[in-house]
Design a binder for this molecule. Structure first.
Ligand SMILES: *Cc1c(COP(=O)(O)O)cnc(C)c1O
Length: 437
């Protein structure tokens, strides 16, 4: 599939939002805007010669691509502060590289047993099935790969990923990402989902796609019928600002929700775009109105070229503080920092448990009320030796055993002897080993 066709200025004059082809996702892709001349033309703006030169340099390193639909959401009068403009159009600030910036901050490549698969958590994998996106988000965490055509997986590579999943019975959840999986043709999506569905231990398939935001016309009846065949399918999308939730996007979301696909949203906290409690509250409320559950709010990653988008962590905490209690519980996402080095997502939320004694906990609520919860005087601890057959609680688990316990959960358990987690490179432990020898 050729997605890169660059249109000429004359062709651009056909672009008319009222034309029937405007709603054809393939037409939108064929008319992807990839150069500054066209940006100036569609937005009716002119960059200064210096801006122009800096932007050209930026595009050399991090290419530009945006759908005419997404660009049409820009409020041109104030384009320099427009949230859609800031996400779609390059900024020379992308060339600033800070000491803390990393090429692969999430170590997705190091945790990859076969190309395309990142196996980080015990029971689920990330499976990159596409390197193509309808729009190149300026804040992309995988910015290093954007426009890297060699990374488009072949069917052989895809089969190797599927084989890995088949050979690992602990994988119950497969997260298809990319690139954007929904940029693949319907037939290929169907084929991948069919193969995955044939694996008995794959309970859930998740799709991460920004098409409902940048190319809502992609959510066709045909695509929805393909997805519906392979239920349970969950879909997470990526709205960052209420301005992106247009009537067109709302129709796309409704089609997916009507097909029984639970919808979630992963936002990224971006300086100048959505680093404001009122904007985020309006966003989450508009999402739940469209049956989309806010799932994560990400702290912006340490990828190269993103420094101008990063906010202090305190901004995220302030936003969550403005949501919990102030609006519906299911409208509040979990604020996470994806740990550099591959530690995975770490939730960072405001603190509500402010003190405790042996029989009381002291809590505060969103209004600042400080309150007491009296703990039970009599609670019979159930000692767990993992012998569920003898336990008074009824797990009644059939089939596969769960993983062994790891991390803090292991320290909390009764049946594992571990009392401390010690870093592998601890000098103190190295000294002990030396003494033993
Ligand atoms: C985010 C992510 C997942 C899914 O994590 P959840 O918290 O279950 O949504 C899985 N694998 C990788 C590598 C991820 O980055």
């Amino acid at each position: 599939m050729e997605l890169s066709s660059r249109i000429t200025e004359e062709e651009y004059s056909d672009i008319d939002q009222n034309a029937p082809q405007w709603k054809d996702w393939r037409w939108q892709i064929a008319h992807t805007v990839r150069d500054l001349d066209t940006v100036e033309k569609v937005l009716g703006i002119t960059f200064s010669p210096q801006e122009r030169q800096e932007l050209e340099e930026t595009i050399q390193k991090f290419p530009l691509a945006a759908t005419p639909y997404y660009l049409s959401l820009i409020k041109v009068e104030e384009y320099a502060q427009d949230p859609v403009f800031l996400q779609a159009i390059p900024s020379p600030d992308e060339l600033i590289i800070e000491d803390c910036d990393l090429e692969d901050p999430l170590a997705e490549d190091s945790d990859s047993p076969v190309p395309g698969i990142t196996h980080r958590y015990p029971d689920r994998v990330l499976f990159l099935v596409s390197n193509v996106c309808a729009m190149y988000c300026r804040h992309c965490t995988r910015k290093r790969r954007v426009g890297d055509r060699d990374r488009i997986p072949t069917w052989e590579e895809m089969e190797a990923g599927i084989a890995y999943i088949r050979e690992h019975p602990e994988i119950r959840d497969v997260l298809l990402s990319g690139g954007d999986p929904l940029m693949l043709p319907d037939e290929l999506i169907d084929r991948i989902l069919t193969e995955l569905r044939m694996i008995p231990h794959v309970e859930v398939i998740r799709i991460g796609s920004r098409t409902p935001v940048v190319l809502p016309f992609r959510i066709t009846d045909k695509l929805v019928s393909v997805l519906k065949k392979h239920q349970p399918i969950w879909l997470n999308t990526h709205f960052n600002h209420p301005q992106e939730i247009t009537p067109t996007a709302e129709r796309a979301l409704a089609k997916l929700a009507d097909a029984g696909i639970p919808l979630g949203n992963q936002s990224v906290l971006l300086a100048g775009v959505n680093d404001c409690p009122r904007i985020m509250k309006a966003l989450v409320q508009k999402l739940v109105k469209n049956r989309v559950r806010p799932y994560y709010l990400y702290q912006c990653d340490l990828s190269e070229g993103l420094s101008h988008f990063r906010t202090p962590v305190g901004k995220g905490i302030e936003i969550i503080e403005n949501l919990i209690g102030h609006t519906s519980g299911f409208a509040v996402p979990t604020y996470v920092i994806d740990a550099p080095g591959g530690g995975g997502k770490i939730p960072v939320m405001p603190t509500y448990l402010i003190s405790y004694s042996t029989n009381k906990v002291i809590l505060r609520n969103y209004e600042g009320v400080i309150t007491t919860y009296r703990e039970p005087d009599h609670y019979t601890t159930i000692f767990c030796d993992r012998n569920c057959k003898e336990c008074s609680l009824q797990l009644n688990l059939k089939g596969g055993e769960e993983q062994h316990v790891v991390g803090i959960a292991r320290l909390l358990s009764d049946y594992d002897e571990a009392t401390a987690l010690v870093p592998v490179d601890s000098e103190r432990m190295a000294r002990r080993d030396d003494e033993e020898e």
